[in-house]
Structures are given as structure tokens and as C-alpha cells.
Write a protein that binds this ligand. Structure first.
Ligand code: CP
Length: 307
């Protein structure tokens, strides 16, 4: 695959070989980072972070990744401070950013916005999350975290818990897992279950999928928890009904596999009790840290920088 100037919009745009390539290069990058050998790879390059929706991890880790590569960042972290408030369109905003930067990261509440942005500029665009649709760089760091722990993805038993209807991280992850030989279980309130097209996509690839409303997590290697996405509910009363549907606390994790890992893309609200943070199962803070080597790798690849 030609990576230089490649847009990263949907994980569906990548084959298993391409995903595995990013994971391997991210491992190489992490080693280089530890040896202090990355600080001039992106010297003189500029990243534009265009965040039309709040973010802690995605925005800060892209910024940190760019700085660790010797590059600089420009942009905005809240739409209220861009000219969107004066009526400027997404397309005009990204065209302007493309004139100032070598690579753009965009987060926007509208599904398809990152694709639209990529179709209008000739610098690489990376989707930092578009509505409930996709969050491909989150998925790559999720897979990186799993592979770092288990040295493989094939053969694992993975359960995904929470808001499977509106959660973009689980949509991207589900799409990516179509490429691997895994056993999947989706645990959610009935009204927040995984979209049918995604379940059908998995089944068409021969992936075993089980769906349930019961929080039985004893047999899984990876326990992937998500937040109920309050901001996506059209009806606030519906959110109130399901907001505390699942809470992972010390009682809930009793009897889970010794080698199990608990992941969460974060932010969390109440769905993982803070007691769990101090157990060997908690991998969500490390997962967030893994965003650095993975995003450093992606920035180098799409900017044509060899490492
Ligand atoms: N995981 C994630 O996308 O976090 P932020 O919303 O803080 O970027």
C-alpha cells in the first residue's frame, strides 16, 4: 500500500495486512521513542488539529505525538473558537487548514464529515471521530494494546459492553475484528445493541457472535467496556433509563480469567468502578498511553516520513 498522503477515515478502508503493518511499525516506533530517536523525524512539519467536538485523549495524544516527532501543531479544540460560529463550512475550514499544514486531524459530530473533508484537500486527513460512525485511530491503538498483551489477536474471546448503538469506537473495532479469527460477545441493553449490518458483516466472515443483555464476563480474554453516549441520545429520558445499565465493580469481575484485560476507550463515567483501576486487569490507562506510538506511526506514514 502507498501510505504517503493516504487519508485515514474508516478502518474498513484497511486490509488485515495493512492493520498488522501499522501495529508492527507502532512497536518499532515505541522502541525508537524509548531510545530517544524520534525527535527530528517530522521537523518542519505542521499538524492541524480541527476539533469540532470535545476531546481529551485524541487531541492531546496527536499533539504530543507530533511534538515527540519534532513537528508543531496548530488548530482549535472547540468549535466555539473557530470561524464555524460565523457560518464557515467544514469544507472551507479544511481547505484553509490544508494551506497551512501537512496533515489534518478532524473530529466532528456529523457522520461522514471526515470523508467529506478528505475529498476536498490534497493533504492527508485523519478521522479523529465522526459522530457515531468511526474512530479508526482509536481502533488501531486498541488492537495494539491487545496484541502487546497477548502477542496475538486471533483466537481471543472478546466481549464488548455498553453503548453499542452510538459508540463509534466499538463500530470501528467491530469492523476491524472482521479480519481476525475471534469469538465475540456483545453485551448491551436491548435498545443499544450493535447495528444489524455490523453483526451481519461479522457473520458473513465466519466470526462467531453472541449477543446478550446479561453482564456475564467470566470467560473472556478482553473485556472492552464503553460509556453510554449521552450526547447522541435524541431523547434524554431514554438516556436516563439506560445510563447505569452496567457497572463493572469488584463483585462483577469476581471469577474472570486470570489473564483477562479490561479495556475502555475513555472517558468513563460510572461504568467502571475506580476500585478496578488498581487491579492487574485494568489496562485502560495504558491503552490511552499507547495512543502515542500508534499516532506517531500514522503521522509518519501519511506524511511519507521513513523511520
Ligand atoms: N477515546 C477518545 O476518543 O477519547 P477523547 O474523546 O477524550 O478523545
Amino acid at each position: 500500500m502507498r501510505w504517503n498522503k493516504k487519508h485515514i477515515i474508516s478502518i474498513r478502508d484497511f486490509s488485515r495486512e495493512e492493520i498488522d503493518f501499522v501495529l508492527k511499525k507502532s512497536r518499532d516506533m515505541e522502541k525508537k521513542l524509548k531510545l530517544g530517536k524520534t525527535s527530528s523525524l517530522m521537523k518542519d512539519k505542521i499538524l492541524a488539529n480541527l476539533f469540532f467536538e470535545p476531546s481529551t485523549r485524541t487531541r492531546m495524544s496527536f499533539e504530543a505525538a507530533m511534538k515527540k516527532l519534532g513537528g508543531v501543531t496548530i488548530g482549535f479544540d472547540y468549535p466555539g473558537i473557530s470561524s464555524e460560529v460565523k457560518g464557515e463550512t467544514i469544507v472551507d475550514t479544511v481547505k484553509i487548514a490544508a494551506g497551512y499544514a501537512d496533515v489534518i486531524v478532524i473530529r466532528h459530530p456529523i457522520e461522514g464529515s471526515a470523508r467529506l473533508a478528505s475529498e476536498n484537500v490534497d493533504v492527508p486527513v485523519i478521522n479523529g471521530g465522526d459522530g457515531s460512525n468511526q474512530h479508526p485511530t482509536q481502533t488501531l491503538l486498541d488492537l495494539y494494546t491487545i496484541k502487546k498483551e497477548f502477542k496475538r489477536i486471533d483466537g481471543l474471546n472478546i466481549c464488548v459492553i455498553g453503548d453499542l448503538k452510538y459508540g463509534r469506537t466499538v463500530h470501528s473495532l467491530t469492523n476491524a475484528l472482521e479480519n481476525y479469527n475471534v469469538n465475540l460477545c456483545f453485551i448491551s441493553p436491548w435498545e443499544l445493541r450493535m447495528p444489524r449490518r455490523m453483526v451481519k458483516g461479522l457473520e458473513a466472515k465466519g466470526i462467531k457472535v453472541r449477543e446478550t443483555t446479561k453482564l456475564n464476563i467470566k470467560n473472556f480474554d478482553v473485556i472492552y467496556v464503553t460509556r453510554i453516549q449521552k450526547e447522541r441520545f435524541p431523547d434524554p429520558q431514554e438516556y436516563e433509563r439506560v445510563k447505569d445499565a452496567y457497572i463493572l465493580n469488584m463483585d462483577a469481575i469476581e471469577g474472570i480469567k486470570n489473564e483477562a484485560i479490561i479495556m475502555h476507550p475513555l472517558p468513563r463515567v460510572t461504568e467502571i468502578s475506580t476500585d478496578i483501576d488498581n487491579t492487574k486487569y485494568a489496562h485502560y490507562f495504558e491503552q490511552a498511553r499507547n495512543g502515542i506510538p500508534v499516532r506517531m506511526t500514522l503521522l509518519c506514514l501519511v506524511c511519507g516520513v521513513k523511520f
